[in-house]
Design a binder for this molecule. Structure first.
Ligand SMILES: NC(=O)C1=CN([C@@H]2O[C@H](COP(=O)(O)OP(=O)(O)OC[C@H]3O[C@@H](n4cnc5c(N)ncnc54)[C@H](O)[C@@H]3O)[C@@H](O)[C@H]2O)[C@H](O)CC1
Ligand SMILES: [K+]
Length: 528
């Protein structure tokens, strides 16, 4: 499902009218009707006599709100419109809908100054539903003055609230709210989801997200070649590796997982097992000789291989040739889980990277090793998937984690393009940026997954999918979706606090089954 910016949405609006002759007032009417249908579902179709307050701004978002008011009035609801503008300030389609609503006997309450706030505050005490039609994609910066006071008042009332297109106070393009922002129970957004609705904190302000079709021609949407996508279950399901009835383990690829160090065998065990859970036919975990026995004890289905180590027990540069020899018989390398930052190991990673031909997932301390010489990434290298968390991304980019978090999408895209890698930037709403500029945002997952080993499981899942033939970018996207969905399944049964990375492995089978059986996470988001 495409994700769009406010500007892209405005362009779609304009082209729908100019190129496809869809009058803008028809789009507004459809938008309002979709919100009314959603409200009817919310009230199990019992709308009559429901007390609905509709807060309208002066723009077209307010216009949508007036369409909602008109239809709810027609359906017997008790409607009050609070207008944050003078009627004469409304223009075009919004003004038309104001006048129709008034001709139908609809009531307008001005909300222009402090003196008007109290009446709205009292009305909120008795409201069954609040409709937020103050600001939409035209909003920029921070809500201040009266709009800020109204938004704060609505939030304090703690009534069920549906946001029209966007929760007012939220920036459509960044998902940031620099001032007060409506905390919506749910949001009905039009045509396509805006980026700000699927990244934090916007996703939390939006509540449950519905994407409503308002009649923008699909041919027009497809012609725009948008390059930002919200990952959906349907998209992932259609790209899962197929299992042939006559399949045998050789068909499903062989992953070589390289990592581990004294006291750090859990990470490589999790990653290797996750690769098998993701469907790889064979997995070999190559670790320093000194911990090889421990790893062999920890795992059953995973084959293990001892590698040369330093006197302190970390992978040494002498491991280079044995790794390359092993890799010649494998399909994918997963490099990094539990690797440690031992100087000899760092040197090993820097010598290994330029010699890789097979696709590789590079994570954890292998990323930290590359951060000491990112020239290795701008040079020639095989197909790479980098899976940094914000701190590792900061080290790779020579900036701070805070700066990375401020501009996640742009930073992920910049380095995916610069280094010609698939760059998966972890965090709430993981971003998967491809070297060709396409980018995907993952909606699955929860804070319970911020636990030791969770990233190692993701590395293994991605390597396991690549071993079965998925392109690196697709494997990273599908892997992120599955990883987060396993975390959601685990949270549903175990809660967030007790969740362990190992639980993700146990819930992966259920996630695969769900993905094959139903539309899953994005059923409520409508078409793929
Ligand atoms: N295809 C579609 O998506 C359709 C969208 N519709 C609705 O139209 C709005 C966008 O309408 P627009 O008039 O461009 O902007 P807003 O209604 O969001 O009005 C914002 C309004 O407020 C002013 N403003 C901006 N920032 C601030 C601020 N920080 N403080 C105060 N005021 C601010 C700005 O000047 C604007 O006038 C879209 O969201 C949909 O709801 C169509 O109705 C149907 C098709
Ligand atoms: K709104």
């Amino acid at each position: 499902m495409y994700l769009v910016t406010a500007a892209e949405m405005g362009q779609l609006d304009r082209l729908a009218s100019s190129e496809y002759l869809v009058p803008s007032i028809v789009l507004m009417e459809n938008a309002g009707l979709r919100v009314v249908e959603s409200i009817r579902r919310h009230f199990q179709d019992r709308v009559k006599n429901r007390r609905v307050l509709i807060f309208c701004g002066k723009g077209n978002n307010g216009g949508d709100g007036l369409v909602v008011a008109r239809h709810l009035l027609n359906q017997g609801a008790e409607v009050k419109v609070f207008l944050l503008a003078r009627p004469e300030d409304l223009r075009g389609d919004a003004r038309t809908n104001l006048e129709i609503y008034q001709k139908m006997g609809g009531r307008i309450f001005p909300l222009l100054g402090e003196s008007h706030l109290q009446r709205a505050d009292i009305a909120l005490l008795y409201a069954d539903l609040v409709v937020d039609a103050i600001f939409g994609t035209g909003f920029k910066g921070a809500a201040m003055g009266l709009p800020a006071a109204v938004i704060t008042m609505i939030n304090k009332a703690h009534r069920d609230t549906v946001a029209v297109d966007l929760p007012s106070g939220l920036e459509a393009d960044t998902g940031r709210a620099f001032g007060p922002c409506i905390q919506a129970t749910w949001t009905v957004t039009f045509a396509l989801p805006k980026l700000g609705l699927v990244v934090e904190p916007g996703a939390s302000y939006a509540g449950r997200l519905e994407v409503a079709d308002i009649g923008i021609p699909q041919k027009l949407i497809d012609s725009q070649r948008f390059n930002l996508h919200l990952l959906t279950a349907a998209w992932c399901r259609s790209r899962l590796p197929k299992r042939e009835a006559s399949g045998h383990k050789g068909l499903y690829g062989h992953v070589l997982a390289v990592g581990g160090a004294p006291g750090l065998t859990g990470a490589i065990a999790l990653a290797a097992t996750a690769a098998l859970r993701a469907g790889a036919g064979l997995v070999t975990a190559a670790v320093p000789r000194g911990v090889h026995g421990i790893l062999a004890m920890k795992t059953t289905e995973v084959m293990t291989c001892p590698l040369p180590e330093t006197p302190a027990g970390y992978l040494s540069r002498e491991a280079l040739e044995p790794i390359l020899e092993r890799l010649a018989a494998c399909d994918v390398l997963a490099l990094g889980p539990g690797l440690s930052r031992d100087p000899a190991t760092v040197e090993l990673v820097k010598e290994l990277l330029p010699r890789l031909k097979a696709p590789a997932v590079v994570d954890a301390d292998a990323l930290n090793a590359l951060a000491t010489d990112t020239g290795l990434l701008t040079g020639n290298h095989g197909p790479l998937v980098l899976t940094p968390h914000p701190g590792e991304m900061a080290r790779l980019a020579g900036t701070t984690a805070a700066r990375v978090q401020e501009d996640r999408l742009e930073i992920a895209r910049k380095y995916a393009r610069e280094w010609q890698v698939v760059l998966l930037l972890k965090g709430a709403r993981t971003i998967i940026a491809w070297p060709d500029g396409q980018a995907y945002i993952n909606p699955t997952g929860n804070p319970g997954m911020a636990t030791a080993g969770s990233g190692d499981v993701l590395t293994g899942i991605i390597a396991g999918l690549m071993a079965q033939g998925l392109e690196p970018g697709v494997a990273a996207a599908v892997g992120a979706f599955l990883h987060g969905a396993a975390g959601d399944e685990a949270q549903a049964r175990l809660g967030q606090h007790a969740l362990l990375a190992g639980d993700l492995l146990n819930f992966l089978p259920a996630v695969f089954r769900n993905l094959e059986v139903e539309a899953g996470v994005t059923a409520s988001l409508g078409r793929d």
